[in-house]
Design a binder for this molecule. Structure first.
Ligand code: BES
Ligand code: ZN
Length: 626
């Protein structure tokens, strides 16, 4: 069965490399250019290659035997002059999957044939992956800004691609822009640590940025950002070959450097010690404007981060730890389809918390699981009417939107399942060598839950210890994969050293509301002096905020609901800086629908296109439920 989220024929003929030539047009808010695919036939007599597109304006398509290259140094997009164009067909627009682009091929193609297919195209206003910001929407207010978000299936709105994570592609790109350009790849020229914008006038002069991604990556990791961006390298770590640094608008560069410089390299090095070498050469982070719809996104070589991580106390670096962990789990070993998304997020969450244990304490790791179990309960509750999405392994129908299923469930059920396996198989002494073998076996591949399960069995079979095989056989695999409802197949118990003081204090506060004599109350700032940011609720931490709104808005008729609805809406929509996409899913249904929609209608244009899409879906569901 092919990936149900793509219309491409990647099982018959597939892209191995793409060469992009783009011009960024900030005035018209479009990218204009071409994508040259190197495709490899897997079948004799294949007649066409099909790409995913959505909201793209396709202008011309040519196949290599008809291409004549001429030099045209002034305009990269015209460097290819063609004598014969092929007659392509653009299919009808499917709401989720977009329009399939059919490109006919010459007769007589054989398995193993390699061809080049160049598509000349433009993005449009409807390209969901792209948010174009006016200069007023940026930190510096002087220059426009562009950034992309391709996961799960928006890469097809940035370029015609076989948009499925079951393929790993390399890419090269030349991007002409009046503002510095970043891509999820290795910078070839001009150098990252050279003069900003190659010493040319930022916002005025066009500079060509050249990048190369030599490691195969899934299409959802293709990413671009362009704005008034500056770089500051992190200190090098002895004995490590990779480079790491931070990108941000100049106004935020020092704060960003301070927040992440101490921990990024340290965690990356520790992770290498645990699971094996970092394969991408460069690990940079980019601090985005507030409307970036996630806490973080693990784009190859360049994690995107929300600016709300700049807490000023380095307490939110766990998001960086999460994103850099994806370099192995997600970017290295990739889920083959949305169905197996938990392999990305569950593994990453499990390893992220393992690092917490090694660099902090076992109690810290357990505390994260305790917090996670609350998030899991809330997410499961949100899907009571759609229990299919409560599953770890979700069988999507062709054309079903994977964003509908996005929640904490794959993160929390997935990481808890792995922790349960670790405990069942005899703890970290046994599990760590297994993890290394898992990474070594599947690094660079796209896999399903079944590949993962077959490997864990074969790994323990190889060592022939019956006790371990008995342990594996004791696992109720089907309940973990397909279980629905509020409960996990097995409830684990955790070290409560860190959670207990927080819960105790909360209980005291809760009880105090019935105290008539307030002079008897004994609370002070010293109560929380020793707490970390996860133990407090006053922090700007977006995860905590999400939970706060979930509580405050639980009863829509309550006073707290009317007090906080406006604030929650500001937050959900990213206006006040934390446009986390979990917001629309979990918070919006709790707000008076009419109020929410009135608010939305006032400023629709300001919202991130993905947030816009999700809000519209929630609206339709609210109407349907009435
Ligand atoms: N890859 C995800 C973000 C994502 C998932 C985007 C699916 C689109 C579709 C990223 O690694 C992530 O999990 N981000 C989290 C933060 C993390 C610390 C849990 C987020 O933004 O909430
Ligand atoms: Zn993640």
């Amino acid at each position: 069965m092919p990936d149900p989220t793509t219309q491409s024929n990647y099982q018959q003929i597939y892209t191995t490399n793409v060469d992009f030539h783009w011009k960024l047009d900030f005035e018209n808010q479009i990218i204009d250019g071409s994508a040259t695919h190197t495709v490899l036939a897997r079948e004799d007599g294949i007649k066409q290659v099909i790409f995913d597109t959505s909201n793209l304006e396709i202008r011309n398509v040519l196949v290599d035997d008809r291409t004549v290259e001429v030099s045209c140094p002034n305009d990269v997009s015209k460097a290819l002059i063609y004598c014969g164009l092929v007659k392509f067909v653009l299919g009808a627009e499917h709401e989720v999957m977009g329009s399939a682009l059919h490109v006919p091929l010459v007769p007589g193609i054989q398995t193993g044939s390699i061809m080049k297919v160049t598509i000349f195209y433009k993005t449009t206003k409807g390209s969901t992956a792209l948010q174009w910001l006016t200069k007023e929407q940026t930190q510096g207010k002087q220059f426009a800004y562009l950034f992309s978000q391709c996961q799960p299936i928006y890469a097809r709105t940035l370029a015609p691609l076989q948009d499925t994570p079951s393929l790993k592609i390399t890419y090269t790109a030349t991007v002409a822009s009046v503002l510095p350009v970043l891509l999820s790849a290795i910078r070839v020229s001009p150098p990252s640590d050279g003069l900003a914008h190659d010493g040319k006038l930022v916002g005025k002069d066009v500079v060509s940025y050249v990048y190369k991604q030599p490691v195969g990556i899934p299409s959802y990791l293709i990413a671009i950002a362009s704005g008034n961006l500056r770089y500051k390298p992190f200190p090098l770590i002895e004995g490590r070959s990779w480079k790491s640094g931070v990108w941000a608008e100049p106004e935020l560069l020092e704060a960003s450097y301070w927040e992440f410089s101490e921990d990024t390299g340290r965690f990356l090095a520790k992770e290498e010690d645990i699971v094996g070498p970092y394969k991408f050469g460069v690990y940079d982070v980019l601090v985005l404007p507030p409307s970036f719809p996630y806490g973080g996104m693990e784009n190859a070589c360049l994690s995107f981060l929300t600016p709300t991580l700049l807490a000023g106390d380095r307490t939110l670096v766990d998001v960086v730890v999460h994103e850099l962990t994806h370099s192995w789990f997600g970017n290295g070993i990739t889920h083959a389809e949305a169905t197996h998304f938990w392999l990305n997020e569950g593994w990453t969450t499990y390893i992220e918390r393992l690092l917490q244990q090694f660099l902090h304490s076992p109690a810290e790791r357990d505390f994260q699981y305790i917090l996670g179990s609350t998030a899991l309960s809330e997410a499961l509750e949100n899907y009571v009417d759609r229990p299919k999405y409560q599953r770890l392994v979700i069988d999507f129908e062709p054309g079903e939107d994977p964003d509908e299923a996005f929640s904490s469930i794959p993160y929390e059920k997935g990481s808890t399942f792995l922790l349960y396996l670790e405990q069942t198989l005899g703890g970290l002494d046994v599990f760590l060598p297994y993890i290394r073998d898992y990474v070594a076996t599947f690094q660079g591949k796209s896999i399903t839950t079944w590949d993962w399960k077959a490997h864990i069995y074969s790994y323990f079979e190889r060592y022939g210890v019956q006790e371990k095989l008995d342990a594996l056989n004791s696992v109720d695999w089907d309940s973990w994969f397909y279980g629905e409802g509020m409960k996990l197949p097995v409830e684990l118990s955790y070290d409560t050293t860190l959670s207990e003081p927080a819960y105790r204090l909360a209980a005291q506060w809760d009880a105090s509301r019935f105290t008539s004599d307030v002079t008897k109350l004994d609370f002070s700032a010293s109560d929380v002096e020793t707490f970390n940011s996860n133990q407090k609720t006053t922090s700007a931490n977006a995860e905590i905020r999400l939970r706060f709104y979930n509580v405050a808005l639980k009863d829509p008729t309550s006073l707290s609901a009317s007090d906080f609805a406006g604030k929650a809406l500001d937050w959900v929509t990213g206006r006040d800086g934390t446009g986390m996409i979990k917001g629309p899913h979990e918070v919006l249904p709790r707000i008076d629908a009419a109020l929410a929609m009135q608010y939305f209608a006032q400023s629709e244009e300001e919202f991130h296109p993905i947030a816009r899409k999700l809000i519209e879906k929630v609206r339709l569901r609210c109407i349907a439920q009435r």
